[in-house]
Design a binder for this molecule. Sequence first.
Ligand code: GLU
Length: 454
Amino acid sequence: MKKNQTPTVRFAPSPTGFLHIGNARPALMNWLFRLRHDGRFILRLDDTDGLRSTDEFAQAIVEDLTWLGILPDAFFRQSDRFSLYDAGVKRLIDDGRLYPCYETADELDRRRKRQMARGLPPTYDRAALKLSGSERAALEAEGRRPHWRFLLDHKVVEWEDMARGTVSIDCASLSDPILRREDGTYLYTLPSVIDDIDLGITHVIRGEDHITNTAVQIQVFEALEGAVPTFAHHNLLTTASGEGLSKRLGHLSLRHLREAGMEPMAVASLAVLVGSSEAVRPVSSMEELAQVIDVTRLSHAPAKFDEKELAALNTKLLHELPYEAAKDRLALLNVGGGEEFWNAVRGNIVRMTDALVWWEIVSKPIKPVIEDSTVPLAAAHKLPDGPWNKEMWSPFTWQVWTQAIIAETGKKGKELFRPLRLALTGREHGPEIANLLPLIGHERALARLEGREA
Ligand code: GLU
């Protein structure tokens, strides 16, 4: 990185599916890096595969990142940038680093099998490099079009990886990678490098499944005389049973997790803290998360993502969420009652939308459940006169009221609280009655205790 250069990272998904929890990891690692270093975060859509990429998925990626709290500083799509890639190809051909090959997939496959049968590594043998001009012309006359391979330097490529320390890969053991197919379309390798150079990417943070690509890409950076960025390859998320996460696991898509009521910060906390040196816990803001974790503090083993752990984290996050942080979300759900209501119910919800359920219970008519009217009627009889204001329902008032009911009915503990709860809320479980009662209000509480819908 040059002096005074803004640290610049990118997240580069292909819009060929919905983002899932596994993609959230690189997205967040890059976003947290951007926050920590006051840098820039670029969203780059790798949509050179025109058949599988769709606008619908592109739109969904932006929406899902926004939901998660990631707001890119700039946005590019590779499909707008083919002229840059074509120029790169020309340069590599002129410099003798890209050479045309005419083998069909079948021919390559047969060759690989023969190599393996002889105990040789199944790498490309560079046969096409030896073709003479007239042999190439003859193949083209047959109607064959070339695909293009990058001539790797057979050397060891080494880099200091921010997540893994020194990594070295012997490129002599790799096939010359195909950069462009016979139909002129691009594979991922070259456009990515050209964009990283053109957009001034200083740090490439991505999953460890890209480590071999990195060795190849470093050679492409050098061939194009671009500044080689610093790399960090994080460990990948797997399912709880250790399988890799794929786009087909729809229930782990960010959309689905959002619809299931998961909080973005619960998802973000788990997606980055699991498989790290930090304890998995709910962190309430991205800024704080950026201080807690970075790519240097990840483990090398796969990180297991467990949905049950996410649900538990989500619940914990909501239980601890201060009113100020919940306020806007509650307003969106049309939940009233202010801080008093939030503090009364937050300990009993597992999803934000549960707050609406409780808001409706305290503020809209419900049918009380009366199994035996002894306790509810005594409670109605002893209920402090209304209208109530906030101050009057102190713990002391609550105690005086319940003692009076006990004195009249002789019922205590569960025998006292179950009928009160059923009458006042219509439910067997929920937040402390003492906290709900002032929110329900005198008139409604009295009616419900008397068995009337209110
Ligand atoms: N489109 C690539 C992927 O999703 C980008 C990898 C990279 O960050 O370079 O795997």
